[in-house]
Design a protein around this ligand. Sequence first.
Ligand SMILES: [Zn+2]
Length: 149
Amino acid sequence: MRAKSVGRIPRAAVGEPRRRSVYERELRPLLERERERLRSLVGALAAAERALAESQGEEGDYGGDQADLASDLSEGELDVGLERAERRRLADVEDALMRLDAGSYGRCERCGEMILLGRLRALPWTRVCIGCAMAAGAASARGAIGLPQ
Ligand SMILES: [Zn+2]
């Protein structure tokens, strides 16, 4: 019945043009800045890792003792973990920019509902609404302490 007041426009589309202009004005610049930041960070981490690998190779030639080797390894693993996290975030950001271009940005990938603007402003690369994120978080938290999902 309420659909009559909005004429031929499908109810789901109401408000979307305004939302899209907010995405373009506010969220696209955020995402583009984050993409640049992550690209240079990932580049710097990769370079640091290569330098570390080279210095470890040199130490190996001199037969560096076990303790040194162990501390170098955990340092290296830390960098790899960080780089992996940053790479994943970079992929999320690039994906969000592609969804902006495709016009599918802002819709939850799980339930198809529009994601709240406040959530998008805080996490512009998110793919899911708060309800689905909490459901997924609760499920993985249960898994982490050995409860059935
Ligand atoms: Zn959802």
